[in-house]
Design a protein around this ligand. Structure first.
Ligand SMILES: Cc1ncc(C[n+]2csc(CCOP(=O)(O)OP(=O)(O)O)c2C)c(N)n1
Ligand SMILES: [Mg+2]
Length: 245
């Protein structure tokens, strides 16, 4: 169909393509600029660096909810990493199991596997951790721990409900110490303290062999604000770049 369309439509309009490239470059520069002042680990910041932190030839599984959205919005393109996702039966089920399956399938080539998963999705599939440490796998579990379902803070009910009721029904904080959970299953764990430490931690784990957990602690409210700031700066810079072009 694409070939047929190309024949019918003829040569693409070079200025149209160039405008998209200009917008893309302006958006990437704006994302970098907005993240440059973030000292603490952030969800967009993690999405921005994760592909580049993995060894070439790795696989990355991204969980439903915010991880897959953040990777699409903020991930820096160009890395030699295979990206996979599994919606499961309902969205956040079976994410760790999926990553273990990918790691098993990658064993023959010794390629590393990583998964970026939310805290609720990890807890939903925590029985996948049973016996994991004893398996000959290269798997890095990067858990974005915002103590609940961060995606719901972007939805209208975050404003419409009284805060306590929203937390009870949507935020669902659980207070589980995920590093202790991983340690209980014999996994090595690391908790990067600063924004710049996240890439270092992932790079140190991926390809090192074994199953490891990197816990990236974030805040649901601050995450909504940061998404808003990045979006506003991207809109401003893309508008300016296209207006100027
Ligand atoms: C099996 C299943 N149960 C519940 C849901 C509804 N749901 C969608 S996103 C979400 C919260 C996920 O939280 P987390 O994994 O921590 O990711 P975050 O939203 O914080 O990025 C829930 C409960 C679902 N999609 N699938
Ligand atoms: Mg969460």
């Amino acid at each position: 169909m694409c070939r047929a369309l190309a024949c019918t439509l003829g040569e693409p309009d070079a200025s149209w393509t160039a405008a998209w490239r200009t917008a893309e470059a302006a958006a990437h520069a704006a994302i970098d600029e907005a993240l440059a002042t973030e000292d603490l680990p952030s969800e967009p910041g993690l999405a921005r660096i994760v592909l580049g932190a993995l060894p070439a030839g790795s696989s990355l599984v991204v969980s439903s909810s915010m991880p897959v959205r953040d990777l699409e919005w903020f991930g820096r393109p160009g890395a030699d990493v295979r990206v996979l996702a599994n919606r499961g039966a309902n969205g956040i089920d079976g994410v760790v199991s999926t990553a273990i399956g990918v790691a098993v399938a990658s064993r023959a080539t010794r390629a590393a596997t990583a998964v970026v998963v939310g805290d609720v999705a990890l807890l939903h599939d925590s029985t996948a951790l049973v016996g994991l440490a004893a398996r000959d796998l290269d798997l890095t579990i990067v858990v974005v721990d915002n103590d609940g379902g961060g995606i719901f803070s972007f939805l209208p009910q975050a404003e419409a409900l009284e805060a306590g009721r929203f937390e009870q029904l949507f935020g669902t904080p659980h207070g589980v110490d995920l590093s202790v959970l991983a340690t209980a299953h014999g996994l090595l764990t690391v908790e990067p303290a600063g924004a710049d430490d996240v890439a270092t931690a992932i790079a140190a784990c991926a390809g090192a062999g074994g199953a490891r957990l990197v816990r990236v602690a974030t805040d649901r409210g601050a995450n909504v604000d940061l998404h808003g700031r990045i979006g506003a700066l991207v809109a401003e810079r893309v508008g300016a770049a296209l207006g100027a072009g």
